[in-house]
Design a binder for this molecule. Structure first.
Ligand SMILES: Cc1cc2nc3c(=O)[nH]c(=O)nc-3n(C[C@H](O)[C@H](O)[C@H](O)COP(=O)(O)OP(=O)(O)OC[C@H]3O[C@@H](n4cnc5c(N)ncnc54)[C@H](O)[C@@H]3O)c2cc1C
Length: 450
């Protein structure tokens, strides 16, 4: 597929979207749905889907496992509205693929959270209880060890919980499918077009400035993933970390022996979790969200690909599935994660500009970005509806510390947490110091897991 041309010269559109990941592309999609005659321009620094949207684990999950946290922050009714909207997003992606003829390997399957060490047992209790208390017990419920192992028979699984709303996709196929449909609909896409500034334009509206030109519009959307740390008003609203995935050769015999034939995406209950799934051609994709933190806005290098994180993921894969010893890993990759201090994305409008943003998907953006795109389209259209009234829109901001404290403190806590969780998995008692340092985020009310 050839790249779309970069922006050149001074152009105009009704709406300008910056960032060609899922969030930006769904926003553009919803703008074409809700304002069919409007002109939409999308500016992408590289190629659409080049970022995490084209290379994630493909877990399209809802937010029922966040219901306790949502309730604590926003109250019961608002929490339920967000969780319901998130599972509608999972279904809507499937319906969109079907309706548009996009084969993104969308496969509905329940999402499992499992314990892989005694310290992880019951990590789901609060969310399971919240679902039951708010009248939705079937959304997220506990499974015994036998029930978990009937779905996937890893020797390290000790029990878990099942979230009925979920699916998997092939991430790049979804990204490229969206891109193709936007072009078909007349959205003007400019690739290899890094935007230097998106803000108010003299005389009204907004302007996106690039090295090659300017795009003026009535309203703008900033959907640039972890690069949002570059935007001054959002700098303290997220931390950028990294996540890595290894992909095995086809191992249908192993999947058969594990009884893992239902396509369930699975995560363990670590802070820096492992996430794993099967693919239609019988592989296992195994991810580990324990990669390094970015210092400030330095998002390249080992945030994109870190050999040590890949090696760790490969070791953890074999610990989880010893049957894979000796089987080949054919691909490995990584990418940045925009970690929100609340573990929940935040959607809003920049002060003093018609520029709307979504940040902080925290490694869980495949389905929520569909929802965010819908909200962002309504905000850009200056409409208030059931989506813009969701509690994820303009939540009370929670801030992370400034640099260098964020990186120094974050890396110390990451190292301590990794040591603690590795000891727990070995059945050992973690050192007092590691346990103490790993407990700091909870003490100060900041979420560091992904
Ligand atoms: C390895 C990995 C595995 C993951 N696994 C999962 C998973 O299984 N399930 C899940 O739900 N989530 C997962 N995630 C997270 C998920 O991929 C993201 O939350 C989601 O893709 C966010 O999409 P986005 O559009 O907001 O951001 P991005 O995909 O980051 O897109 C932002 C785009 O903006 C562009 N951009 C940045 N700056 C500029 C600029 N100045 N000008 C123009 N363009 C710019 C970038 O090039 C990029 O294309 C994973 C992420 C990684 C890295």
């Amino acid at each position: 597929m050839p790249a779309e041309p970069p922006l050149g010269g001074d152009l105009r559109a009704d709406f300008v979207v910056v960032g060609g990941g899922y969030t930006g592309m769904w926003t553009a999609w919803w703008l074409t749905e809700q304002a069919p005659g409007a002109s939409v321009a999308l500016l992408e620094a590289e190629r659409c889907g080049h970022g995490p949207s084209g290379r994630n684990g493909g877990f399209a999950t809802s937010l029922w496992d966040e219901l306790a946290a949502l309730r604590e922050r926003f109250g019961a009714d608002a929490a339920l509205a967000v969780a319901r909207a998130s599972s509608e997003a999972v279904d809507a992606i499937g319906a969109w693929c079907e309706g548009q003829g996009v084969d993104a390997w969308y496969r509905p399957a329940p999402h499992l959270v499992v314990s892989a060490a005694p310290a992880q047992d019951g990590a789901w209790d609060e969310a399971v209880r919240a679902c039951a208390e708010l009248g939705e017990p079937d959304r997220f419920r506990e499974l015994s060890a036998a029930e978990v192992r009937a779905r996937c028979d890893s020797p390290v699984f000790r029990g878990g919980a099942i979230m009925t709303s979920g699916a998997t996709v092939q991430p790049a196929r979804l990204g490229l499918g969206l891109r193709a449909k936007l072009i078909e609909r007349g959205v003007r896409i400019f690739e290899r077009t890094p935007v230097r500034r998106l803000g108010p334009a003299p005389g009204g509206g907004v302007v996106a400035e690039t090295d090659g030109g300017r795009m003026r519009a009535g309203a703008g959307v900033m959907a640039i993933g972890g690069s949002a740390v570059l935007a001054r008003p959002l700098r303290r609203r997220l931390t950028v970390a990294s996540s890595h995935i290894v992909l095995t050769e086809p191992v249908p015999d192993v999947l058969e022996s594990l009884g893992w034939t239902g396509g369930e995406p699975i995560v363990d209950a670590r802070t820096f979790l492992h996430y794993f799934r099967t693919t239609p051609d019988g592989r296992i994709a195994f991810g580990w969200a324990g990669g390094r933190l970015a210092y400030g806005a330095r998002l390249r290098g080992r945030i994109e690909l870190d050999r040590r994180a890949v090696e760790q993921a490969a070791r953890d894969l074999v610990r989880t599935f010893p049957q894979l010893r000796g089987r080949r890993i054919t691909h490995a990759w990584g990418g940045p994660i925009d970690v929100s201090p609340t573990h929940l994305p935040a959607i809003g409008t920049l002060p003093g500009a018609q520029v709307h943003y979504a940040v902080g998907f925290t490694g869980n953006g495949v389905a929520p970005s569909h929802l965010a795109g819908r909200v962002l389209a309504s905000l850009a259209l200056d409409r208030r509806d059931e989506h813009t009234r969701l509690a994820l829109v303009e939540p009370d901001p929670v801030r992370v510390p400034p640099e260098p404290l964020r990186w120094v403190g974050g890396e110390l806590i990451r190292a301590a947490t990794l040591r603690k969780e590795a000891a727990e998995e070995r059945g050992e008692r973690p050192s007092r110091l590691a346990a103490l340092v790993a407990g700091v985020p909870r003490m100060i009310g900041v979420h560091i897991g992904r």
